[in-house]
Design a protein around this ligand. Structure first.
Ligand code: HEM
Length: 457
């Protein structure tokens, strides 16, 4: 579908295209200065649907002060994510949002450098370390879930805190306590800053706190990486990264280990929090699915509420399908940005080098042609029979191609273990008629925190 033309590559995301470069693409510039930003943020999916209905699957908009192009559809997802011709830079797509606080993370490097580092970091996701994380997750989840018995609670903040605490153990090998708390606080400040309106690190702004948080984390992780390297041992993710080598056998430089670690914490945190929340919400609305998932876990454990082992995770098919369906309905990363390094054509439109290009998993996940009755929660869409023949890029909550989520198996594991512990102890209940509103951006979450009750069985 895409054809290539030789063009000079844009080498940095801050380089601007001439203002008229996209005049030939149908679309809108929105209001002076703010462009289409507010319409987009208020209702990203509705806005996309309206634009697509008016202009078709390729349209121009102007968010955050820049003109860009959205490409809609599973074929657009494939073109951009699979990126057969190395047309699209992830570094230059994510750079304006993430570069100040999470520079040089995997999503902020491209092509050969990216491939080499990704390969080195993959060691932390092999079966041996995954087994270790499964034990840590089981311990942490069981202890916390016990405390959720009976009373109505806000699920989103509770799972956010639990995910942070679990990461201290699996990602950094730290027990809960003041050291883990200090790291978590610095990290939370960074994440808040990455979406702050003020982009300069002025005192008393989110960005000021975020940059200070980054400084603290860089110092802490640098000292720790050196220590863990010299002492060896440690099955946690950070210790694995500290010992990771490139293909030539050289250790990754310490500053790069640190950047990768900080980025990975960010990539893991709100995504797991958001998807665990949307799955719990769906299950609360569909008690018949709670029963099915509970029966699946109990069949595996022989009727007791014991921990599921890493080896057993592959047998939780229904739980996996329910999670996939929750990710379809509310993908934690609703749209993905790239920048075209060379000119290409798509659906008859020539899109010049330097164009910011977006795709929208959230919208494609609701396209009737791939998902009949698209807003209905139906995990059975993901049985092998029902999946056969569906476009491979119609479901992309973890992205695809070279930058596909590195932690997706970790995410499946944490969610499956969480469900096993929750559903064998409780039924998940909502007040009748309760329907929380979701904030769609940047990572979806229920505005009121999601009120649920875990009623002991
Ligand atoms: C449900 C949970 C998660 C979702 C929905 C999710 C989604 C994504 C998506 C969509 C991307 C690709 C972005 C792009 O191509 O522009 C990505 C990349 C990434 N994710 Fe996740 N993620 C999740 C959990 C995690 C976890 C738990 C970890 C780590 C343990 C993690 C680590 C990463 C990393 C390192 C990348 C960058 C990969 C690369 O650029 O090569 N993610 N994730």
């Amino acid at each position: 579908m895409a054809t290539l033309a030789p063009q000079p590559a844009f080498t940095h995301w801050s380089q601007q295209q001439p203002a008229h470069a996209l005049d030939h693409i149908p679309g809108e510039d929105g209001w002076p200065i703010v462009g289409t930003t507010f319409a987009l943020l208020a209702d990203p999916i509705g806005y996309g649907d309206r634009m697509r209905a008016k202009y078709g699957p390729v349209y121009r908009n102007r968010g955050f002060g820049r003109r860009g192009v959205m490409l809609y559809g599973a074929d657009a997802n494939e073109l951009v994510l699979f990126d057969r011709d190395k047309l699209f830079s992830s570094e230059q797509g994510w750079g304006p949002v993430l570069d100040q606080l999470f520079p040089r993370g995997l999503m902020l490097i491209d092509f050969d450098h990216h491939r080499a580092d990704r390969r080195a970091l993959s060691i932390a996701f092999k079966p041996e370390p995954m087994r270790h994380y499964a034990d840590a997750l089981n311990r942490g989840i069981a202890a916390r879930v016990e405390q959720w018995s009976g009373q109505e609670m806000l699920f989103y903040p509770a799972i956010k805190q639990l995910t942070l605490d679990l990461a201290a153990d699996s990602f950094m090998g730290l027990p809960l306590g003041p050291e883990a708390d200090q790291i978590n606080k610095a990290f939370v400040d960074m994440v808040a800053a990455s979406i702050g309106v003020v982009r300069k690190p002025l005192p008393f702004t989110a960005m000021g706190r975020g940059v200070a948080g980054r400084k603290f984390l860089v110092e802490y992780f640098t000292a720790e990486a050196l220590r863990r390297r010299s002492e060896g041992g440690g099955q946690d993710m950070f210790s694995q990264f500290a010992r990771a080598t490139r293909e030539d056998g050289e250790l990754l430089p310490v500053d790069q280990v640190v950047d990768h670690m900080i980025f990975l914490m960010m990539a893991a945190h709100d995504t797991i929090t958001s998807s665990a929340t949307s799955l719990v919400w769906q299950l609360a609305k569909h008690p018949e699915w709670q029963d099915k998932l509970r029966a699946e876990v109990l069949a595996l454990t022989g009727g007791t509420a014991r921990a599921i082992t890493y080896e057993e995770l592959g047998k939780l098919d229904l739980t996996e399908m329910a999670f996939k369906e929750a990710l379809r309905l509310i993908p934690p990363v609703p749209s993905l940005p790239r920048r075209a390094l060379r000119e290409f054509t798509f659906h008859g439109f020539t899109i010049p080098a330097g164009t910011g290009v977006g795709i929208s998993p959230a919208s494609v996940h609701l396209m009737e042609e791939h998902w009949p009755d698209p807003r209905k929660f139906d995990p059975l869409r993901f049985t092998p029979e029902n999946s056969a023949g569906r476009h491979k890029y119609a479901w992309v909550p973890f992205g695809g191609g070279a930058h596909m989520c590195l932690g997706l198996h970790f995410a499946y594991m944490q969610i499956k273990l969480l469900m096993a512990h929750l559903l064998t102890r409780y039924s998940i209940e909502l007040e009748p008629g309760y329907a929380p509103e979701w904030q769609p951006w940047p990572i979806p979450k229920p505005k009121d925190g999601l009120k649920v009750t875990f009623k002991p069985l």
